[in-house]
Design a protein around this ligand. Structure first.
Ligand code: G3I
Length: 373
């Protein structure tokens, strides 16, 4: 009898065990890191996000991203507003956020004609400073910032947007006062400040053959001087009609053939009609209703073409692995994009990889499905 009772008890226990909800495997939430095994996927983060003021965006970044760039907080006008005063508050939040979240961080940007503090190139009378004064200011600016973030910021956009589409040097005050020398000087000062960080050139509209040739010449010169240059940054601010993919790919190939890695550093793609292909901040345009055709949402017909174009962009990027270091998207969701206010203030844009509902866009879901298999 006892034997039967113990068997019955065992049966009951087994039944109970089966009926108890079995621990489910943790939900495997696909991450972009899985869909891009050959290069880093990054994102530009705002001061707001690093301050914890956008928890949903921060959760997306935590899930998908391991590489972040400072969208604005390390620009000269923010970090060095007066010659004898730095303001590291926003940059410190960026670095604190990156360290706490185990992110690889990119500093953006050390020498740039735009958003440069107004004092940087002039004397007290507002006249251009002498070359030796500008060299001192550049060296002090670069050294102070790199020393502060040494060991935490992995790489820097040293010189941003130096060359025009026709291949000539942008006539910034850096160029007008120091000539072509300002670029190697910037890289020299950065390397002397911290020889461990990666150092980059960065520019937009890189499909221009003339621009490519000038950058190749600059890179050869930097190398001949024994200066460090780790990659050429293609900002990749795109639209529904640019870049021309053949010219874009020819440009990427030219740098890879030169033996320099490439990276796509500010990726976005306007879904609205192209106003111009510049990304120069001062190239703004007055509001025109016809340039804001989708204020209440993107038509499916446009979204399909947009996703096809972003897939085409990534197919070109993939072809140059392992010479691609990273692809950084210039913001987390469409709502965060600078393009909602540039070059036209107050239009609704759809340029990034996550939409306003924080959902990844179809091209990305397709890629995850393909790579996630
Ligand atoms: O932070 C101030 C805020 O305190 C103030 O109330 C507000 C009033 O306008 O301005 C805020 O600063 C703005 C900043 O973005 C942060 O939102 C600046 O005015 C605005 O000019 C700045 O725009 C940035 C732009 O560069 C100029 O620096 C965009 O967010 C940023 O996406 C864009 O990024 C550039 C890259 O650095 C270089 N390549 C081109 C790219 C797009 O232009």
């Amino acid at each position: 009898m006892k034997h039967y009772l113990s068997l019955a008890l065992l049966g009951l226990l087994a039944l109970a065990a089966c009926s108890k909800p079995q621990p489910q495997p943790a939900e495997v939430i696909p991450s972009l890191k899985d869909a891009f095994p050959d290069y880093k996927i990054g994102v530009a983060v705002s001061y707001d996000l690093t301050r914890g003021n956008d928890s949903v965006a921060a959760s997306l970044v935590a899930q998908h991203i391991k590489n972040i760039v400072a969208e604005n907080c390390m620009k000269c006008e923010v970090i060095h507003p007066e010659e004898l005063r730095y303001d590291f508050d926003q940059a410190d939040w960026f670095v604190k956020y990156g360290v706490e979240n185990g992110m690889q961080m990119i500093g953006h940007c050390l020498i740039w004609h735009s958003q440069c503090a107004p004092w940087f190139g002039v004397d007290r009378r507002g006249k251009p400073v002498k070359p030796e004064v500008l060299r001192h200011r550049m060296k002090e600016h670069i050294t102070t910032i790199l020393k502060r973030y040494e060991g935490r910021v992995h790489a820097w956009d040293v010189v941003n947007e130096a060359i025009l589409d026709d291949g000539s040097y942008r006539p910034s005050f850096f160029y007008q006062i120091l000539g072509e020398e300002y670029i190697p000087l910037a890289f020299q000062y950065a390397y002397e400040a911290d020889s461990t960080v990666e150092l980059y050139l960065n520019d937009y509209a890189m499909s221009s053959p003339a621009k490519v040739q000038t950058y190749l010449r600059i890179i050869r010169d930097l190398r001949q001087r024994g200066l460090r240059i780790d990659a050429m940054g293609f900002q990749s601010h795109m639209g529904m009609d640019h870049p021309n993919w053949e010219r874009f790919e020819a440009a990427v190939k030219a740098f890879v053939d030169e033996g320099i890695d490439v990276q796509f550093t500010e990726v976005d793609m306007s879904a609205t009609p192209t106003i111009h292909e510049s990304a120069n901040i001062s190239d703004t345009v007055a509001y025109m209703a016809q340039c804001n055709p989708y204020p209440d949402g993107l038509p499916d017909s446009v979204s399909v073409v947009w996703n096809e174009r972003m897939t085409r962009f990534l197919s070109i990027v993939d072809r140059y692995v392992p010479h691609v270091r990273r692809v950084t998207v210039w913001g987390v969701t469409d709502a965060h994009s600078w393009k909602n206010d540039w070059p036209i203030k107050g239009r609704t844009e759809y340029p990034l990889w996550f939409d306003r509902q924080y959902q990844m866009k179809p091209f990305l879901r397709d890629r995850l499905a393909r790579y996630g298999e």
